[in-house]
Write a protein that binds this ligand. Sequence first.
Ligand SMILES: [Zn+2]
Length: 192
Amino acid sequence: MSSPVLGPDTWNWKKNIWSPPLLPKLKFFLWKVALNALPTGDNLQKRGLFINTNCARCGGTESIYHILVHCTFAKEVWEVGPWLHQLNPLHFVNFKELLQASHTWVNLPPYGISGNFLPWLCWTLWTSRNQLLFENRTCTPQDVVTKPLFCVESGRMHRLQRDQLHIRTAHLSNHRRRFLNSHRTQTLRRGS
Ligand SMILES: [Zn+2]
């Protein structure tokens, strides 16, 4: 069975969301997008919220696919995307198809992200929408494309710190072993 919003039921969740090397926050976000489970304007309307739920940027009906693809702002973001080839997301009928196709897209060599950039692009489109809506903070399409670089950089820093911590812990345990060995030798000598 197939749904125009969610795509075919045979879609491979593991291959498209859970297996790729992505931060857990991105996987969780993609999962929610693919399930159409984010609190977008159209979903809030379905839950009976009768506030203005239209897109804060263009006034159109706000669905997740509108935020990520159809909104005038999203179109500008896609135009400055860091891919080797110009991509047109309008060729895809839903998010699942878009995500599935994105695994083969190649980033421009000078760009600092070697993996799939689409999850990052969607993430920053969503978070910049939230910042506009709840904090009245605006950003440019270029900001949406460059912001993930800082996130990846800070992720690298975290990894580096974690690795250094592992090394330090290893040093400590070696030090502890040496200390215990010498203590045991001294005790044996004293006992003899
Ligand atoms: Zn819009």
